[in-house]
Unconditional design. Sequence first.
Length: 557
Amino acid sequence: MSSTNEAQRPDAGHRLPSRRAVVAASAWSVPAIAVATASPAYAASAEGPVNIPPTLTGVIGGGWSIATAFGANGLPTGYARSARPTATRIPITVSPARATVVTVTVSGAGFALYTVANNTAFLPTQSVTVTTSATGVAEVFVAIPPFSKGDTTATITAAANGDSAVSTLTAEPGLAYTLGGHTPEGQTGNGALLNAVGYPTPWALDVPLAAVYATQSSFMGITADGRVRTGGWNTSGECGVGAVSTAVAVPAEPIKEDGTVFTDAVRGIGAQNGSEQSLFILEDSSGDWWAAGQQLGNSLAMTGNIADRSLTRFTKIGQALPAKPTWVSYTRNSNVNLFTLADGTAWLAGTRVNMQYYDRGISTTGPSMVQLTWPDGTPVTGVKKAVQSNDRGMMLLFEDGRLAYSGTATTNITPADYPGDGRLHEIATPPGGIAELWERQPYEWETAGYFIKNTRDELYMLGGAYYGQSGHGMTTPVREWTKIPVENVDDFACGAHAMLVLDHSGDVWYSGVNDENNSGIDPAFAGPYATATKVTTLPPNAKAIAVTWWDAPFVAY
């Protein structure tokens, strides 16, 4: 996700290895939230012994993680698992208080009831029976269908002893969604740990997000008032919650190295390339930069303790550079990050021996930070944004609209007009002035790529497209700027195997693999989506997007 909070300034053969174990989330990661509301809290039926709230509000897609299709009566035809943090809770009371058998039914296509614990398999049904406790209370949970897969309102009836009470449930869009994909380490953000989520499922968020970001297999959101939420895969401490764990299953609030939380975060980094590196970086309103996750080869340009380690709390970075960064482009796995500085220069930081793959003019020995130069040794200046892809190439956008490229990637994924000498040279630009530049960190070298939004809000790309994730309809590399068929582009995000585009109307477009319904569109389609395809299973009016390196895409509202 490239926009900032300016108010404060494959196939089965390519699957990731066995780190995808399903484990329980750490208890400290679960914030206190309320997904459903009732007004009034316990509005009683005037005459019957059964009481439920007369009105309830739920979240579209809430209450379950699904890996199936919807069939008869709008209910899922196969496997379903509960997600209580996003379900609508129906509190039931009987008066006078006593143990009573209560039958609860729901009408509305796609709505289902359950009483099972969180993250538990259940058979979707529209009628359940519960027995209240001796104090006359019980609860039932409602799972609401994804957008366009059922109704958005339902009638709930609780009946006992010949009497009944009725409630109207209205479903509204959630604050953020995981579209689908491989999500066993909490990437759904709803407490469930389930592989192959079939349709967009909402996060258990307590606050709306102004922006959303992603890294290897994790998510990060920033609120309008500068607070931060993280979740997902956390084996390098990239969620910044103070410890390493396999999963942060519900969005948590990360901490800084002094134990305080952010109140002035402006923007983050991660979604532009969905890097394999387990790392989140964010900027605060003072222009300082902070990171949580992998610190390798001092690729974060730190001072003081520069040892290789996992930063489990957000820690200041970039102090060793001659000016404050304005952007950081992640390495894939070469331990070299590319910094754009406020003075218009660009620097590589990290393992020196690997820097020659970006520019053959850089020697393999010397300091861990190197300023980029032209082939004649002149320092590169006037840089607006510098990005890297596949640890073998980098592209620079200058303030005056020029582009330059350097690298040692194979010819078929380098610009057609690049001389191929491994040094930095200007290259042709796509039609229209350049508004934004992004990169992709691939899983295989042949899917390295660069993306540009022009001043007409059109999107162009150059590079690989092995899985169709470049959105232009081809699965072969392109060496000249090629237009992606989405108009009025607002934002862009990509990972190794998938790409999202957000347009001005708030619609989201997907391209790439669909082996675990990463798109959230159709679990029955094996993929790939080689041409950018509108995601019709999301509520309208999205405002932010992000894509992990492998697992799942994210959308915020």
